[in-house]
Design a protein around this ligand. Structure first.
Ligand code: XUL
Ligand code: CO
Length: 439
């Protein structure tokens, strides 16, 4: 039985279409820079917001109307929900999905029962994947909702809780592996602290590294070859999350000899919470060889928290796609909509409008970014801007063949540096607008 009987499979109809249930820009087979849009994005839908989000906020309960869900924590309800999820994935032409263990299956009264519930729902997920061809982009473990994780999971002060978390990740990795998951994500749910007065930061970071090394060892043991990803976020729920931003994560990975095993899953709203643009995070991870995947969403300019909205802003999607293209694409990652409809958008059809609009915005962003790149419109300016490094003293510095004394001698002889040239930021902003207009 269909949960969305009035909604057809969403098709590409082109920019002039007035059909709100059609793609205007996302055309899966259209080639951009030699690759289909489908392969550029590898769009993925998240289970947690789309199928477990209720619209609850700190001021009131959920508002979402989800006729297929009986609201119970039964395995049967979870299995039904899984079938509905795949209907939505297919109708949106999304080739991937992603889940936390606790999104898809209810917790039992013991770890053994919880694992059995997870397996019973994974059976349906496996069946539905096979039937529909939709694949698992990544799995992860929710180690932040249950009260046992109040002090963290891998960074808890309670050794038993660390052991529980290890058991949970072991199981989540096994199920991800069974379902052919292409990545496995660690977002540090409560891995951080509220106040250093009660916290041994060094010990917690050491434990986090041990936890990751155990995960790497276990992946080898079970033959899981998917990519491990860490998802940076600076705050929420803790005041200071250890995985603050791309640079902090990479420093941690390097310090604990983990860089060979992890890349980053960058999330737009997390970047802005960290005080960065998303293009900064993508460029930083990219030039460190650590660009893994994207959690696509956006914050709100007037709200300072993780609002997880669907991104529809062409500037944002253009910037993201520009830097994703620059760094050679997402590899085994994808554009994963870690985004939720607003509490007031409570009808099932809103889930469709939300994903369609954002898929279109990324598709248009990709086309704009590709057009900028085809004309070398920004890169040619940057090349010229740094041309003093291509020969003469700049080339000598870059090759490491001169030191302070040589540079002093050079400057004493020359007397003054060459005149600076304008950074032309405003001109370049106009150039980006020109491409947005033209695509
Ligand atoms: C939280 C967040 C998570 C991770 C997966 O802000 O983004 O949903 O993506 O645990
Ligand atoms: Co996320």
């Amino acid at each position: 039985m269909s949960a969305f009987p009035d909604i057809p499979t969403v098709q590409y109809e082109g920019p002039e279409s007035d059909n709100p249930l059609a793609f205007r820009w996302y055309n899966p087979d259209e080639m951009v820079e030699g690759k289909s849009m489908k392969d550029h994005f590898r769009f993925s839908i998240v289970y947690w917001h789309t199928f477990r989000g209720t619209g609850a906020d700190p001021f009131g309960p959920g508002t979402a109307v989800r006729p297929w869900d009986d609201g119970s924590e039964s395995v049967q309800n979870a299995q039904n929900r899984a079938r509905v999820a795949f209907e939505l994935f297919e109708k949106l032409q999304a080739p991937y999905y992603a889940f936390h263990d606790r999104d898809v299956a209810p917790e039992g009264s013991s770890l053994a029962e919880t694992n059995a519930n997870f397996d019973a729902v994974a059976d349906v997920l496996a069946e539905e994947q096979k039937r529909s061809g939709v694949k698992l982009l990544w799995g992860t473990a929710n180690m932040f909702s249950n009260p046992r994780f109040m002090h963290g999971a891998a960074t808890t002060c309670n050794a038993d809780v660390f052991a529980y978390a290890a058991a949970q990740v072991k199981k989540a990795m096994e199920v991800t592996h069974r379902l052919g998951g292409e990545n496995y994500v660690f977002w540090g749910g409560r891995e951080g602290y509220q106040n250093l007065y009660n916290t041994d930061m060094k010990r917690e970071l050491d434990h986090l590294a041990q936890f990751f090394h155990m995960a790497v060892d276990y992946a080898k043991q079970i033959g899981f070859t998917g990519q491990f990803l860490i998802e940076p976020k600076p705050k929420e729920p803790t005041k200071h999350q250890y995985d603050s931003d791309a640079a902090a994560c990479l420093n941690f990975l390097r310090a604990y000899d983990l860089t060979d095993h992890f890349k980053l899953n960058l999330e737009t709203n997390h970047a802005t919470l960290a005080g960065h643009t998303m293009m900064h995070e993508i460029d930083y991870a990219g030039h460190q060889g650590a660009l893994g995947s994207i959690d696509a969403n956006t914050g709100d300019m007037l709200l300072g928290w993780d609002t997880d909205q669907f991104g529809t802003d062409y500037y944002l999607t253009t910037q993201m796609m520009y830097y994703i293209l620059k760094h050679g694409g997402l590899g085994s990652g994808g554009v994963n909509f870690d985004a939720k409809v607003r509490r007031e958008s409570f009808e099932p059809i809103d889930l469709f409008y939300a994903h369609i609009g954002s898929m279109d915005a990324y598709a248009k962003g990709l086309k704009i970014a590709a057009a900028i790149r085809a004309d070398n419109a920004l890169e040619s300016f940057i090349e010229k801007r740094y041309s003093s490094w291509d020969s003469g003293i700049g080339a000598k510095i870059e090759s490491g063949s001169v030191g302070f004394a040589d540079l002093e001698a050079y400057m004493l002889e020359k007397g003054e540096a060459e005149a600076n040239i304008s950074g032309r930021q405003e001109l370049l902003e106009n150039v980006v607008n020109k491409y947005i207009d033209r695509v």
